[in-house]
Design a protein around this ligand. Sequence first.
Ligand code: PLP
Length: 352
Amino acid sequence: MSLIRTNLAKVPAYRPGRAVPGMIKLSSNEVPDGPGPEVLRAIADAVRSANLYPDLHATELTTKLATACQVGAERVAVGSGSVALLRSLVNVVCEPDDEVLFCLPSFEGYPLLVRIGGAQAVHVPATAGHELDLDAMRTAITPRTRLIFLTTPNNPTGTAIRREDLEHFLAQVPGHVVVAIDEAYREFVTDPGVPDGLEYARSHDNVVVLRTFSKAYGLAGLRIGYAVAAEGIAAALNTLRIPFSLGAVAQAAAIAALDGQEILQARCRRITAERDRIRRELLEHGYDVPPSQANFVWLALGDESTAFAQHTEKHKVIVRPYPGTGVRVTIGTPAQNDTFLGAARDYAHHRP
Ligand SMILES: *Cc1c(COP(=O)(O)O)cnc(C)c1O
């Protein structure tokens, strides 16, 4: 008999974005700049008390997030990255073999988290326009469906769900199914037709919004995420958090980062301007690139995806290929982006 739970044998490994020293890494949706001076100061202060356990309940951070999200603190859960909260959510919601529905391609963490939770992943292909197929997702709901991941903007395609589509979808999902709106890239949204998921978390008991400090806030290395949910779900998520897993340095950095909203907005403006420039240039070179609301673009290259990624590596740029589907390219500094565009232009000229 195996010493390991039998259904863990099939847990897929998480594949991080490739990194090669000396090359430009546009494969993990990181922002190009490190923390600003205020955040660095908060980190330095916190690290001096590293002999002490962190605040178990992350009270100050939770209170600040609640104010920012216009909900009571009892509706906020924090965790070491939004992946930790997504994983807990599966455990909070799903009985063994319940179904968790999500789009493909989408965040590659989902299949892994669902498996570990003992649930079943059900995926629905994206539309021809690389968007979440909400009609197909609704049709895929069965009596076993307990949880739906809506990724908006979607990783890796960059597309976001529009207000009327989200509202139509939510109106049709049975009330006992939890809809987790994964807004890891929310801060990069510039299209006013894309709603703020928090609106629905406030008004629907079965809607959970997940956000992170890893992307626009630029704190991926410190691991902080949060969820806004109905009180019962938020309490369950906080209960499932491993005690003290949200460290003191992470809490202090997140608090300082929240206080730096102008810095955040300026960073997002720079990145989204670059995103729109890159997309325009790629379209001019004949690439199929859906409009992105995130800090990356998606090149729907199908069978050429692996070859394209190999080509950009010759130009010292690492992108993220999804073999047979497409390539995700994170927005870097203007100079990094120019190097990537040079590689993409070159590829387009020598395209098979
Ligand atoms: C990056 C990402 C996450 C995880 O973020 P962490 O907070 O770093 O765990 C979750 N969902 C999506 C869609 C992401 O792209």
